[in-house]
Design a protein around this ligand. Structure first.
Ligand SMILES: Nc1ncnc2c1ncn2[C@@H]1O[C@H](COP(=O)(O)OP(=O)(O)O)[C@@H](O)[C@H]1O
Ligand SMILES: [Mg+2]
Length: 242
């Protein structure tokens, strides 16, 4: 379990104490102008997530789940409201400061895996740190450890096109962990997987949460994802309803 130890040892020192919420958003709105119409993607959302929680965002298509995840991850900026990540008010950060924060403490997992098809599994896992001054050998070692952690020690040199959907998503999970994130955001991670594979992937996410102390926020339609979560947040029409 060296991968786990490394993750703890290399966690950034400025991520806040265990009592600082990893995510704290207050009265967050996201409006889109479409001609004369205004689409309310997010309406006065409030949410606090504490370290080590596995929060599941549930709601029908169009209810604002991706918008909320993108705002938390800094891929999108809110129209109005406060977003604090590990105690830092993101409105005070420039784009490049936010990019650095994102790089240091946030990992992303997407519905469609977003792997590079012509790179091997291990190269995909290394990719977020590939252009940084890391020692190639220790980066490779860590990437392999993460693939072993998600049960893919036997698929290290496979390309994504030669792997099943579940294996691709597990590769994406390993990639999301390469920078030892505090927070992993997963947007419908099981949407393209069959029921059983989805269940395996979600159990893996939950285990990350408990063994690595990583905070996970995952959006889904899938009740089995919700079953594994420590808390379910329900969304409807851009609002957090429960
Ligand atoms: N870039 C955009 N321009 C216009 N409307 C958008 C944009 N992004 C999202 N929306 C709208 O915001 C609402 C919430 O979308 P989204 O966050 O993707 O929901 P979900 O992920 O729950 O399916 C939807 O009505 C969607 O059409
Ligand atoms: Mg979505």
């Amino acid at each position: 379990m060296t991968a786990l130890d490394d993750t703890q040892a290399t966690a950034p020192s400025d991520v806040g104490s265990p009592k600082t919420p990893v995510i704290e958003i207050a009265d967050v709105w996201k409006l889109h102008k479409l001609g004369d119409e205004v689409v309310k993607a997010l309406v006065s959302a409030d949410l606090q997530v504490m370290p080590g929680e596995f929060v599941c965002l549930m709601g029908p298509s169009g209810s604002g789940k991706s918008t909320l995840l993108n705002i938390i991850g800094g891929l999108d900026r809110p129209t109005k409201g406060t977003v604090r990540i590990s105690g830092r008010d993101t409105a005070q950060l420039t784009e490049s400061q936010f990019a650095a924060l994102r790089h240091d403490i946030i990992g992303f997992i997407f519905q469609s895996y977003n792997l590079i098809p012509f790179l091997s599994a291990v190269e995909n896992v290394e990719l977020p740190l590939m252009f940084e001054p890391y020692d190639r050998k220790s980066l490779r070692k860590r990437a392999i450890e993460l693939l072993e952690l998600v049960g893919l020690g036997h698929r290290v040199h496979h390309q994504p096109t030669k792997m099943s959907g579940g294996e691709q998503q597990r590769t994406a999970i390993a990639r999301s962990l390469i920078s030892s994130p505090t927070l992993v955001l997963a947007d419908e991670p099981t949407a393209n997987l069959d029921h059983r594979t989805g269940e395996t992937v979600v159990r893996m996410l939950r285990d990350l949460c408990t063994t690595l102390g990583v905070t996970v926020v995952a959006s889904t339609h899938d009740p089995t994802v919700a079953d594994q979560a420590s808390r379910v947040v329900r969304m409807r029409d851009g609002q957090i309803v429960e």
